[in-house]
Design a protein around this ligand. Structure first.
Ligand SMILES: [Zn+2]
Length: 122
């Protein structure tokens, strides 16, 4: 069963690797892979902040497949957002990293015996 540390390490590795891949064909490299990895480690436990693991059935709406689908749709919209200034680009980066970190958390939770609910309670 993945604990908070496992979630943070997995999110840092996955999100860092995604940004390394995103910059692979660009001549100039940025700090985004490192920054993304650090931010992902900080943000990945957001589902457990919203629904603390106080009992075995703590996974409800914010851990649900329904919420994951809604987040996926929102993430696609953010991904398609064509920014034209550094502030918007920073917001886009933060939102994509946060969403990716959230998905890593849900993926790790889905691999446990309790898995994820389809809808969950609010
Ligand atoms: Zn969780």
């Amino acid at each position: 069963m993945a604990n908070g540390t496992t979630h943070r390490i997995a999110a840092a590795v996955v999100i860092g690797a995604v940004w390394i891949h995103a910059e692979a064909d660009q001549p100039e490299k940025s700090a985004k892979p490192l920054l993304g990895a650090g931010l992902a480690a900080l943000l990945t436990n957001l589902p457990d902040i919203l629904e603390p693991a106080l009992h075995p059935n703590h996974r409800q709406f914010f851990h649900s497949l329904t919420f994951a689908a809604m987040l996926g749709k929102a993430t696609h919209e953010i991904y398609e957002w064509e920014t034209d200034n550094p502030a918007d680009e920073a917001i886009r980066f933060l939102l994509l990293v946060g969403a990716g970190a959230y998905f890593v958390h849900l993926l790790l939770d889905a691999g446990t015996a309790k898995s994820l609910p389809i809808l969950g309670r609010f």
